[in-house]
Design a protein around this ligand. Structure first.
Ligand SMILES: O=P(O)(O)OP(=O)(O)OP(=O)(O)OC[C@H]1O[C@@H](n2cnc3c(O)ncnc32)[C@H](O)[C@@H]1O
Ligand SMILES: [Mg+2]
Length: 299
């Protein structure tokens, strides 16, 4: 090769190497630069708030969430995740900045979290904690109150928990709070077969929310119930037993409804309406107690 041509080749090779180095530097700096722009910062915050909790709860489900070990409880207890309100709902309880009612919903179920966030809207500033609470046994109210005490003892801040039951009237209310296990073992296809020998296919969905803060001696219960019938599975199979529950007055199952419709007639909606009323009525008390606590702790 002539010296002139060799010089050209070396020049081109140098150019390619410099371009590669530049692109590596630009790409590695890009996230940091983007994060400083208003749109980039919002995108990063959104990723943190929406994707991370969802991912965590999905991966925890995969890992088996039935840990009863206290060390596990304390390990996850402080992982609080802010939750964006899913809709700009009523602004009845929007408070001045720095005076919001912050409430932590302890659940490992991403679908519940989505619905609660949707229904509560801007009533409170909702955070969530995927605290691995034991699946207690007993009647639905005791289970919910028990869960709430455990969550409050871990988090030491205003918390809500809920426990959901699906009760078949022909079976005296079973599977009730144990529906999670029945669903796991039987699936959507076989769960309705429990009623094969009965004419009565009626059932009700029951939601028990419990609320606790340090102004209360024991958790408060808010119950919501929606009546319906058990049918062969229809609709989106993504949330629990939604495909087999058809509420009275509708020809769609929960799983066939839009989320807007389900969230205005569901057992969860009915319980949360009561909780909302309580929170609005006790807002001043709540804020005063928490302001006093902050002064005491020097925050
Ligand atoms: O961490 P927690 O809040 O306890 O979440 P979980 O999934 O363990 O929930 P429950 O203990 O309340 O068990 C209730 C079962 O019913 C299911 N479920 C709850 N709400 C539902 C709804 O609105 N529609 C359909 N299935 C629902 C849920 O997926 C469980 O299988
Ligand atoms: Mg549970």
């Amino acid at each position: 090769m002539s010296p002139g041509r060799q010089g050209h080749c070396t020049f081109i090779a140098d150019l390619i190497i410099s371009a590669k180095v530049c692109s590596v530097v630009v790409l590695s700096l890009l996230p940091a630069v983007l994060q400083r722009t208003p749109i980039g910062a919002s995108a990063f915050r959104l990723t943190e708030r929406v994707i991370r909790p969802f991912h965590r709860s999905r991966s925890r489900q995969g890992a088996g969430r039935l840990s009863l070990y206290p060390d596990h409880l304390s390990r996850t207890a402080l992982e609080l995740t802010p939750v964006e309100p899913a809709v700009m709902a009523d602004d009845m309880c929007v408070t001045e900045k720095g005076k919001e009612m912050v409430l932590c919903f302890c659940t490992g179920n991403a679908n519940k979290l989505r619905e609660v966030s949707f229904i509560l809207g801007k009533t409170v500033t909702l955070t969530s904690a995927d605290v691995d609470l034991p699946e207690l046994q007993g009647d639905p109210a005791d289970i919910s109150v028990g869960k709430c005490r455990l969550a409050f003892n871990q988090l030491k801040q205003p918390v809500i928990v809920e426990d959901t039951s699906l009760c078949f009237n022909a079976l005296g209310g079973l599977p009730g709070p144990y529906v999670k296990w029945f669903l796991k073992k039987l699936g959507h296809k076989d769960l309705p077969k429990l009623l094969a020998g009965f004419d009565d296919k009626s059932a009700y969905a029951l939601c028990m929310f419990s609320y606790m803060d340090d102004t209360l001696e024991k958790p408060l219960l808010f119950e919501g119930r929606t009546n319906g019938v058990i049918v062969d599975a229809r609709g989106d199979p993504n949330f629990g037993w939604d495909p087999i529950f058809q509420p009275h007055g509708f020809d769609q199952t929960y799983a066939e409804m839009t989320k807007e419709l389900k969230n205005t007639i569901s057992h969860r909606y009915r319980a949360l309406e009561k909780l909302k009323t309580y929170l609005v009525q006790h807002k001043e008390e709540f804020l005063t107690a928490h302001a006093a606590k902050k002064v005491k702790s020097g925050e």
